[in-house]
Ligand binder design. Structure first.
Ligand code: C2O
Ligand code: CU
Length: 544
């Protein structure tokens, strides 16, 4: 019995031990499992919340009426008084009937009219290096036709949409009346497939401009929808024997994770040839119609930068081999005299090669069978802040500014309208949560643009031109510089100022199409203007 009991006891004592251990192990693992599950749930909830809160409302209305601005809580720039005597929402203006964007139009007739039809469509195009792509075109080509008009002309453009998607045309740099600005959801509804739309504006300022969609511009402009507008001055300041234009573009494949691009000039990767003979004066109008910075230079002759964004510089001095950085959306007019012998060549560099120039020129002006000079190495990039000679100009650092706002450019990973990726922010926010600047007619407003990133941000203001006051804290010492797009290089800052002389609702954004798509847009508005159009899913209007 004793032995049996002992055996039983022993069994009793022995058997529970592994069981308890197993339970502990199981408990341990189930706790870990629960912990992991909890972490997953928390991460999931955070990501889900970030996704959810990033979604745009179905209808976003950009009217600058008091009620709407108040509804879009926190929309105005910090420090802007929206309710006080100086604010736009005092009893005076808020009780007035809003002005509709549709009433801000050009006249219907004028002494000189220039009428064009642009048909947007799809076409397979060769890129000039073996590859054929499905491009979006205007009148069957990319770039679309150059619209050549005279200063003062009333320009009428009929857009016919034969694309499978809706579109709209923006007239980049041209001070058009608000209703002709071509921003889907702001100044019009995007033009649906099969439909048409007419733009009308007076070509006030001479110079080099361009056009591109402002509906899904990231996709549509990059796929080929762009073209130049050249406005000839009523009295030309200089005579050019040859006036040639170059749209510098990149054809992109894949997305930002798997990115490849082909560099194009006037739609082809092939070398371009421009005929010119010794002694002739040549003007090259160069437009960067793509997102990334383009770095170019000319060899074989000294050259001057005669205009930036269409606006003449005062007393530009000759440059030799100077690399010229052209931000997305910007235009540079270069001018030179053909040498007695030899060609003038345009060389291109790219970010991919740490800005080393390509071996072969992209464009040869003159004969291509003559000796071609490669660009000198180590020359400093062109900087307009001390170029040319000072001249009287309406806006200077001493002007009276109605207000000064700081626009800080930055970025982080996150969600924007449900898309995950590198967000590009203005004062920490993405569009449409970025601050809005309110200007009154006659105001001169100063903007301080600070780039806290390592990227290039060509910042563009619609409907106005602005004067550059300073670069990195130093006032300009050369020619006045008037632009519609300022290239803010990594960690640079600029002060710019503009006169509010064109009432409406206007965009201010980075002209790297991808950056704009990822949030780097804001609004500059005049008080009490209403728009019947909306951005968002219910309207299908998406300006970027
Ligand atoms: Cu060239 Cu808002 O654009
Ligand atoms: Cu940018």
């Amino acid at each position: 019995m004793k032995t049996q009991e002992r055996i039983v006891e022993e069994r009793v004592q022995i058997t529970p031990v592994p069981r308890r251990k197993g339970r502990r192990v199981r408990k341990f693992f189930s706790r870990i499992f629960l912990g992991i599950l909890l972490i997953f749930l928390m991460v999931g909830a955070t990501v889900g919340l970030a996704y959810w809160t990033s979604l745009w409302p179905d209808t976003i209305n950009m009217s600058s009426t008091c009620a709407n601005m108040k509804a879009m809580n926190g929309m105005q720039m910090d420090g802007m008084d929206m309710s006080g005597s100086d604010g736009m929402c005092n009893s005076g203006s808020s009780s007035q009937k809003p002005i509709s964007i549709d009433s801000l139009r050009a006249p219907t007739t004028a002494a000189h009219m220039a009428t064009f039809t642009l048909t947007a469509g799809v076409k397979r195009l060769p890129l000039g290096q073996g590859e054929t792509v499905e491009a979006y075109t205007y009148n069957g080509t990319s770039p679309g036709p150059t619209l050549h008009v005279r200063q003062g002309d009333l320009v009428v453009v009929h857009l016919i949409n034969k694309l499978p998607v809706s579109t709209a045309i923006h007239w980049h740099g041209i001070r058009v009346p608000n209703s002709a600005d071509g921003v889907a959801g702001l100044t019009q509804d995007a033009v649906k497939p099969g439909q048409s739309y007419t733009y009308r504006f007076v070509a006030q300022d001479a110079g080099t401009y361009w056009y591109h969609p402002h509906q899904h511009s990231y996709e549509q402009a990059e796929k080929g929808l762009y073209g130049l507008v050249i406005i000839d001055p009523t009295t030309p300041p200089v005579h050019d024997d040859i006036d040639a234009s170059l749209s510098v573009h990149e054809w992109t494949f894949g997305d930002f994770r798997n990115f490849r691009h082909v560099e194009l000039i006037n739609g082809t990767a092939r070398q371009q040839q421009i005929q010119a003979s010794a002694g002739q004066w040549v003007r090259l109008r160069i437009a960067n119609t793509s997102s990334n910075l383009k770095l170019l230079t000319l060899t074989g002759a000294s050259f001057t930068v005669v205009a930036l964004d269409g606006h003449d510089l005062n007393a530009p001095s000759p440059l030799r081999d100077t690399p010229v950085p052209i931000g997305g959306g910007q235009r540079y007019d270069l001018r030179f005299q053909m040498p007695k012998s030899g060609a003038v060549s345009l060389f291109r560099a790219s970010l991919d090669t740490k800005w080393a120039f390509e071996k072969a020129p992209a464009v040869v002006i003159g004969q291509d069978n003559v000796q071609i000079m490669p660009p000198a190495k180590g020359t400093k990039w062109f900087d307009f802040s001390g170029y040319g000679q000072p001249a009287p100009t309406p806006i200077t650092p001493q002007s009276h500014f109605a207000a000064t706002y700081t626009i800080t450019l930055n970025g982080h990973l996150g969600f924007m309208n449900g898309r995950f990726g590198p967000l590009h922010t203005i004062n920490g926010q993405t569009f449409p949560n970025t601050p809005t600047i309110v200007v009154k007619p006659g105001d001169v407003t100063r903007l301080r643009i600070v780039n806290e990133t390592t990227e290039y941000h060509p910042m563009h203001l619609h409907g106005h031109t602005f004067t550059v006051l300073s670069r990195n804290g130093h006032a300009l010492t050369g020619s006045p510089v008037i632009l519609d797009t300022v290239l803010v290089q990594p960690h640079e800052s600029y002060e710019i100022a503009f006169l509010a002389d064109n009432p409406g609702l206007w965009m201010e954004h980075c002209h790297n199409f991808f950056h704009a798509y990822m949030g780097m847009d804001m609004m500059v508005v005049y008080p009490n203007i209403s728009t019947p159009y909306n951005v968002g899913n219910s309207s299908g209007n998406f300006p970027d």
